[in-house]
Design a protein around this ligand. Structure first.
Ligand code: FPP
Ligand code: MG
Length: 332
């Protein structure tokens, strides 16, 4: 069993551990590479980044290793690419915590809380840059271009989300933002697995669609958990999106529903700094009462179905299906 089994963040359930076990060998190599990488960082950066790197659910490496399968020729490339997507993910979370001023991540103090903003920016930069280095060294045709294009999409989506802070974006724009900030990295993880395994173009494109839909379902679940989950399960504070002025699908849908002005009034009060905790709790209840929670859940399930439908007939198909079920059923 790879090291991840003992060190994952709160919320890693048995279903996920069973999936980890199906790629235990290559996943252990990814873990070893991540640890070695954290060890190359200077002093405090190493300890803090190492802690954050150790505590992940490894969903993106899992997607990549499962889609890559066990063809011996592609295995080393898949390990390098899987390490890189996890690094990009953690780099993006570190930078996101600087942007969001978040104090907790993966059940521990966030990088900016431990290192200050300047140290956290540099830790994220280092991780992202070493990810590109690993992908370059893997020499898989098209892999560097695909990963870098993904980071461009993620950055643009984060900029778009920032421009909307304190505002209710139209649903289509919310979907566009989560597509860039979250689904893009799942999409490229599935695609890179197909590339490492040298799958035919049709299969690679199908995997792209699988990854994108899985990522959309995953982020909508994340947004539901931010409103209705438990902080202990999530490893980060709940209702942080509302406090930060980031309004997600359950809230957007409730605000657009009949009676939605009650939501809009409370969002305005919150944005002006009034009694945040109580207002956030009221908004969550209103979003449930006005159908926003059910609406977002329905959307999430549609994306999950889209992911299942897109899946090509690979040996790891049952595991890739189980990953979709995990993404929409998880509590953390
Ligand atoms: C978390 O979203 C943030 C992301 C998924 C993407 C952040 C992307 C960037 C900062 C740009 C790319 C940068 C690099 C270095 C690759 P969230 O705030 O909804 O989730 P949270 O509640 O877990 O913070
Ligand atoms: Mg955030």
């Amino acid at each position: 069993m790879p090291q991840v089994a003992e060190t994952t963040s709160p919320g890693v359930g048995d279903a996920l551990l069973a999936l980890h076990a199906t790629v235990a060998g290559p996943l252990a190599e990814v873990e070893a590479r991540l640890t070695a990488l954290a060890d190359t960082m200077p002093g405090q950066l190493s300890a803090v980044t190492g802690g954050l790197l150790r505590a992940g659910k490894r969903l993106r490496p899992l997607v990549l290793l499962l889609t890559a399968g066990d063809s011996p020729s592609g295995l080393q490339a898949a390990v390098a690419l899987a390490t890189a997507v996890e690094e990009v993910h953690v780099a993006s979370l570190i930078h996101d915590d600087v942007i969001d001023e978040s104090q907790r991540r993966r059940g521990q103090p966030s990088a900016p809380a431990s290192l200050g903003q300047r140290g956290a920016v540099l830790a994220g930069d280092y991780l992202a840059a070493t990810a590109y280095q690993q992908v370059g060294a893997a020499q898989v045709l098209g892999a560097s271009e695909a990963l870098v294009a993904t980071v461009v999409r993620m950055t643009l989506a984060e900029v778009q989300e920032l421009a909307r802070v304190g505002q209710l974006a139209p649903e289509a724009e919310y979907l566009q933002i989560i597509n860039g900030k979250t689904a893009a990295l799942f999409e490229v993880s599935a695609y890179l697995g197909g590339l490492a395994a040298d799958l035919p173009l049709d299969d690679r494109e199908a995997l792209r669609r699988y990854g994108a839909a899985l990522g959309m379902a995953f982020q909508i679940r994340d947004d539901l958990l931010d409103l209705y989950g438990e902080s202990g399960d999530m490893g980060k504070p709940v209702r942080h999106d509302l406090a930060a002025g980031v309004y997600t699908l359950p809230v957007i849908a409730a605000a657009a529903a009949l009676g939605g002005e009650a939501v809009r009034e409370r969002l305005d009060q919150m944005w002006q700094g009034e009694d945040n905790d109580n207002l956030a709790a009221e908004i969550a209840i209103l979003a449930r009462y006005l159908g926003g929670q059910a609406y977002a859940t329905e959307h999430m399930n549609q994306y999950a179905q889209e992911a299942l439908t897109a899946l090509p007939d690979l040996p790891a198909r049952p595991q890739l299906e189980a990953l979709v079920r995990y993404a929409v059923g998880r509590n953390g």
